[in-house]
Design a protein around this ligand. Structure first.
Ligand SMILES: Nc1ncnc2c1ncn2[C@@H]1O[C@H](COP(=O)(O)OP(=O)(O)O)[C@@H](O)[C@H]1O
Ligand SMILES: [Mg+2]
Length: 233
């Protein structure tokens, strides 16, 4: 199954030559400023932490329109894995914007920085041995690919939470589409800001057609198939 990952990468590179280098915008906040810094090797290694936890740290990156079901799914997957005694964490868009990213808005630049930070935090969680779920619209392909690049090849699982705009708008769990249509929210993904669907995500979940549990199960099945989590006996 690991080979499938390599194959997917080759297909990405052949089909989209600039796939890993699409990042054209300059993110001022991403620049390295400090110079007198030296990496301090950790005494306890990632492998030792993973052994203790009896699992592999990885990122399950949910992307999709607002209301597509990212938060619901991330939490459903976390719940199922937790029941199987796996150590998980959910990084959720709105929650992270309450703290770490409270100084960021929804302009393209701020969205980019939002995702850059989340990618870096997810990387730390993977290093800690956690199965971390991220639930962010993450509308730009380049930003998601940048996050992917931070993580080891087979430890980044991009899940496209596919759901037609009209269904998301019908659900409108936070009443945001209504506000966006009324012009009360600017730069709203799907209405007045773009969403770039992944070219070759590891998993596509169509939440308009599947139940929450079926959708979550589809993600778990992928994690089992790629041996990121052991299959249930
Ligand atoms: N298969 C499904 N997976 C996830 N959510 C679903 C599904 N079917 C219906 N829903 C509903 O869609 C809504 C998704 O909301 P939410 O998870 O907050 O979306 P997002 O985090 O993507 O903005 C919830 O009200 C959820 O109950
Ligand atoms: Mg959400």
């Amino acid at each position: 199954m690991i080979q499938v990952h390599y194959l997917a990468r080759h297909i990405r590179e052949i089909a989209y030559p600039n796939y890993y280098y699409e990042i054209t915008r300059k993110n001022r906040l991403a620049e390295q400023k400090a110079t007198n810094i030296t990496w301090h090797e950790a005494t306890v290694t990632k492998q030792e932490r993973e052994q203790l936890l009896n699992q592999k740290g990885c990122v399950v990156w949910f992307t999709g329109l607002s209301g597509s079901g990212k938060s619901t799914l991330a939490n459903a997957v976390a719940h199922l894995l937790h029941e199987r005694k796996h150590h998980t964490y959910v990084l959720d868009g709105d929650n992270v914007r309450h703290g770490l990213n409270k100084n960021l808005g929804f302009s393209p630049e701020d969205r980019e920085e939002n995702i850059r930070r989340v990618g870096e935090v997810a990387k730390l969680f993977v290093d800690a041995g956690t199965i971390v779920m991220t639930a962010f619209i993450s509308p730009y392909r380049a930003d998601r690919d940048q996050a992917r690049e931070l993580i080891a090849e087979n430890r980044f699982v991009e899940v496209f939470v596919e759901c037609p705009l009209d269904v998301c708008e019908e659900r409108d769990p936070k009443g945001l589409y209504k506000k966006a249509r009324a012009g009360e929210i600017k730069e709203f993904t799907g209405i007045s800001a773009p969403y770039e669907a992944p070219h070759i995500p590891e998993v596509v979940v169509n939440t308009a057609e599947l139940s929450i549990i079926e959708s979550a199960q589809q993600v778990i099945t992928f994690l089992e198939k790629t041996a990121l989590v052991p299959s249930e006996k």
